[in-house]
Ligand binder design. Structure first.
Ligand SMILES: [Fe+2]
Length: 408
């Protein structure tokens, strides 16, 4: 009897053809290498004629932006660029973007870049239709109902890193410079109407950035998975997101030109942000004050605090970690198996071991602990947290004490 064995051939052509799809969940996503060529068509499908492309100053100088602009203009679109976007964006970035949008009578936003550019673009699209200040739309109670939805601009999101997943998020994180806190600006319609997820746009990312943003994606999937609320849809997405990161993040860091690894990391990033509608937790609570006050990289900070937070939450996570370890096929199907994997992964991809190495000192602890307690992510943590708990966790992260816990 003849046996038919289908051997996958890992050629570039096969990968590009296979890792491609049109998804309608959680929004319209055109996924696959080379799909950026569809940007003009995406604009037309949303009825845009005069889009404002929002990006950061470094990207604005790269050929990928020049190429996107040229393609849009060749298709008859009157497309302009706004690039006053800083890392950890602030209110003035949004205000100036709104002014640029109005000055040229734009009719939509192309948010193009990493998390900062995507968040700024989404916030500009929200604020062009509002008269209230941006802080009135913080993610508290039912404040999103204050939004004048009719004035919101349609948005196309084009991610160029694989980490924040902001392209499928319903919020923007903007730093309030009055009190150095990161605030979440939220409205369900801030979810971009369309995403072009082209992994080729991430091929040029340096290894360090690939590692840091990849760990942000891991923190989204992991915190969503651990968050105790009932949301089996999100939990399933988070599990598969972590499997992709387990299998492919070390490859993407080692060889940035590997389009298969880049594709799976882009999907995992999008999945993390889809899953974290379920909730985040203390990793993000600890990380936000560091970035807001010391401008540390968000993903890198999450990567540093990740094992300390996991160890802290251990009493609530034993069964979930067994399931995760089994799914990832780790050496030990247990909490310790997951913890060892994360410690090894951090080492392999070059993440510093303590917050001290990011410039966080004991003097920062009391203030940061209060901010962390107030952070909206805190409510999703598997264990309830107090200000003193956060202070202890910060001390653990600064001193590198994995198993020191305070109150339980
Ligand atoms: Fe994050």
């Amino acid at each position: 009897m003849r046996e038919f064995v289908i051997k996958p051939v890992r050629s570039r052509e096969n990968i590009v053809a296979a890792l491609r799809g049109n998804w309608n969940y959680p929004t319209a996503v055109r996924f696959g290498p080379g799909r950026i060529a569809e940007l003009p068509d995406a604009c037309k499908s949303l009825g845009l004629k005069r889009p404002l492309l929002v990006t950061d100053p470094a990207l604005a100088k790269l050929p990928m932006i020049a190429d996107a602009l040229a393609a849009c203009r060749a298709a008859g679109l009157d497309c302009a660029v706004f690039s006053e976007v800083q890392a950890n964006p602030v209110e003035s970035n949004v205000t100036n973007g709104v002014a640029a949008y109005r000055a040229r009578s734009a009719d939509g936003v192309i948010a193009f870049g990493g998390g900062s550019a995507l968040d700024t673009g989404k916030a500009v699209a929200l604020m062009v239709g509002q008269t209230r200040p941006i802080w009135d739309f913080e993610d508290r109670e039912d404040w999103y109902t204050r939004v004048n939805m009719a004035g919101m601009a349609p948005t196309i999101a084009v991610p160029t890193t694989s980490g924040t997943g902001s392209e499928v998020g319903r919020a923007s994180v903007i730093t309030d410079t009055r009190d150095h806190t990161k605030k979440i600006i939220f409205h369900p319609r801030m979810l971009p109407a369309m995403v072009i997820a082209d992994p080729e746009l991430t091929l040029g990312l340096p290894a360090q950035v690939t590692a840091a943003v990849g760990m942000d994606a891991l923190s989204h999937n992991l915190e969503a998975y651990c968050s105790p609320s009932y949301h089996p849809l999100a939990e399933g997405i988070a599990l598969e997101g972590m499997r992709l990161i387990h299998d492919w993040l070390p490859v993407a860091v080692k060889d940035g030109s590997d389009i298969e690894a880049r594709s799976h990391m882009m999907a995992a990033s999008l999945m993390g942000a889809t899953a974290f509608q379920k909730g985040l937790g203390a990793m993000h609570s600890l990380s936000h004050p560091c970035s807001a006050n010391l401008n540390t990289h968000h993903g890198l900070t999450n990567a540093v605090v990740m094992p300390y937070v996991l160890a802290w939450n251990r009493p609530a996570l034993s069964e979930k970690m067994q399931r995760l370890a089994a799914y990832l096929n780790l050496r030990q199907h247990s909490f310790d198996g997951v913890l060892s994997w994360i410690m090894e992964l951090r080492k392999t991809i070059g993440v510093p071991e303590t917050l001290a190495k990011l410039g966080v000192t004991m003097e920062h602890v009391p203030g940061f602990a209060r901010q962390a307690f107030e952070d909206p992510s805190t409510g999703g943590n598997p264990l309830p947290m107090t200000v003193e708990d956060f202070a202890q966790l910060y001390r653990n992260c600064i001193e590198g004490k994995l198993h020191a816990t305070a109150t339980h």
